[in-house]
Design a protein around this ligand. Structure first.
Ligand SMILES: Nc1nc2c(ncn2[C@@H]2O[C@H](COP(=O)(O)OP(=O)(O)OP(=O)(O)O)[C@@H](O)[C@H]2O)c(=O)[nH]1
Ligand SMILES: [Mg+2]
Length: 480
């Protein structure tokens, strides 16, 4: 059948099955675009069936009726969401039908005959993005949510979806706008050298913008830092050298904050995490407070004290670890065993009198061992190699290591994209601030400030290349 000429002339309306294929109690078809209302009226009738008029909802809501796929009627629940208060900001209608694949196909065919076209994967979300209903970070949140495979990924996706980064960007932009207007208002004074440039106010705004940019960067790097990475936890008795080892392993990672190292036992209280390249992949390396197989229950900190809470957190990290690196001070007391078994890291071998190997009994209870000096950097390569093997990240001869799933790779790429843009924005802001400090002409300062906005545009998608948009949206499933 040819598309209905009246309906088809009105523009592009998309439809897709947005529930899983196969038999289910319900199947859902979603339609978005200017024809939505006409399609609803033409394919439905009231609950009583034949002879009744099509459903004509007066307002947003859920309506019961019958769907006519051209062959017969079947019960339908219609959700009518007129634009602009809909996901795509267009008129949207959802048909909830009995979840029979043949019925769904017939219903889709009917909608196509009447002038809708099949949606591309992600096209609903792309329309939402193009119609300004959500920025790119939130669209990415939808994608991350669809692809999340565990609780942490799901939490990270929800945070994106709720606009965690987007919200921080709004407040950063407000601050930049204030800064720009004040700069522009000051241009005249600057040129006439009347000495009325509000120096203090400008400086305060620069500082505020720098802080907000820093906060957005921190949020983004913490958002799902390693949500999908394996966790490697440094654990052991106080003062064994866990934090020293953390710093030694992380020394090659840019932007990593070193952990506090101190001869005083109990210097680490908070858990510290960083992303570390290991073998063919990346892991989250986690430094914890001193606690471990050495800890005599009589010795444990009094409950409720900061020490006790720190040790409790450390135990939780050990429980959730993919690999525990049990750090032992080679010259210290030797525990009877390691629970749970992990990689035994015999530390401080640079000290005189410390044996180069742990006792055999301990080795037998471990998943592997190595002797290192965190302080001198000895043995770290061997540690990395054994840890990579235990985590399945060792390069295999003639074969590439395990490849991250496509979704994981895209998620990582998106986060890297945000962090790159935030880094460039920070550079541009620092440059503008420096120009101001050097008393450069204010129009140069303002121009450098525009560079900050351009970077932010890239994150929110207003200046993202079509190619990247295509790649992002094509990862969505059909009907989303
Ligand atoms: N000689 C030597 N000293 C080390 C080595 N590793 C750590 N230390 C020293 O041991 C002390 C404790 O080191 P940390 O890294 O803070 O130990 P930690 O296990 O993190 O300690 P807590 O956080 O208190 O549990 C510091 O004075 C370090 O300089 C090592 O390989 N050789
Ligand atoms: Mg420590």
């Amino acid at each position: 059948m040819d598309p209905d000429p009246v309906l088809a002339s009105s523009g592009s309306t998309i439809c897709a099955l947005c529930s899983a294929g196969g038999r289910a109690s319900r199947g859902v078809i979603r339609v978005s675009g200017p024809l939505s209302r006409g399609l609803l009226e033409r394919t439905t009738c009231g609950k009583e069936g034949a002879g009744q008029e099509g459903l004509k909802p007066q307002s947003r809501g859920v309506f019961e009726g019958q769907f006519n796929d051209g062959l017969g009627l079947c019960p339908v629940l219609v959700i009518w969401m007129p634009g602009p208060a809909s996901y795509t900001r267009e008129d949207v209608v959802e048909f909830h039908l009995p979840g029979n694949p043949y019925l769904m196909q017939a219903a889709l065919r009917r909608l196509l005959e009447l002038g809708a076209r099949s949606a591309e994967p992600g096209e609903f979300t792309r329309r939402a993005f193009e119609n300004g209903a959500l920025d790119l970070t939130r669209a990415e949140g939808v994608l991350a949510l669809i692809e999340s495979a565990n609780e942490e990924q799901r939490r990270a996706a929800s945070a994106l979806l709720l606009g965690g980064l987007g919200r921080r960007m709004v407040s950063l932009r407000e601050c930049l706008d204030d800064l720009r207007s004040l700069l522009e208002a000051s241009l005249d004074f600057d040129q006439n050298d009347t000495g009325h440039v509000p120096e203090e106010e400008l400086e305060a705004l620069f500082q505020r913008a720098l802080e907000k940019l820093h906060a957005a960067t921190l949020w983004e790097s913490a958002r799902d830092a390693g949500a999908d990475l394996q966790r490697v936890v440094l654990a052991g008795a106080p003062n064994a050298g866990k934090s020293s080892l953390y710093n030694a392993l992380m020394s090659s990672a840019p932007d990593s904050m070193p952990a506090l190292v101190d001869p005083l036992a109990g210097s680490t209280r908070d858990v510290r995490r960083g992303e570390l390249s290991l073998g063919t992949g990346r892991v989250t390396l986690i430094d914890t407070a001193g606690v471990g197989p050495l800890q005599d229950p009589g010795e444990t900190a009094l409950s409720g004290t900061p020490d006790a809470r720190a040790q409790e957190r450390a135990r939780k990290e050990v429980q959730a670890a993919d690999l525990v690196l049990w750090v032992l001070d080679g010259g210290g007391e030797v525990p009877k065993g390691l629970d749970p078994p992990g990689l035994l890291v015999w530390n401080q071998i640079d000290r005189t009198g410390v044996s180069k190997e742990p006792p055999g009994g301990l080795i037998r209870g471990a998943r592997g061992w190595c002797a290192v000096s965190a302080q001198e950097g000895q043995g770290l390569e061997s540690l990395r190699k054994i840890a990579a093997e235990l985590l399945g990240l060792a390069p295999l001869a003639g074969r590439a290591g395990p490849r991250p799933s496509e979704g994981e790779a895209l998620g990582r790429q998106l986060r890297a994209r945000h962090l790159d843009a935030l880094r460039s924005a920070r550079q541009a802001l620092a440059e503008s601030h420096q120009l101001k400090a050097q008393a450069a002409p204010l129009d140069l300062v303002a121009e450098a400030l525009r560079g900050v906005s351009r970077e932010l545009d890239a994150i929110e998608g207003s200046s993202t290349s079509e190619d990247l948009l295509d790649r992002i949206f094509s990862r969505f499933c059909l009907g989303k």
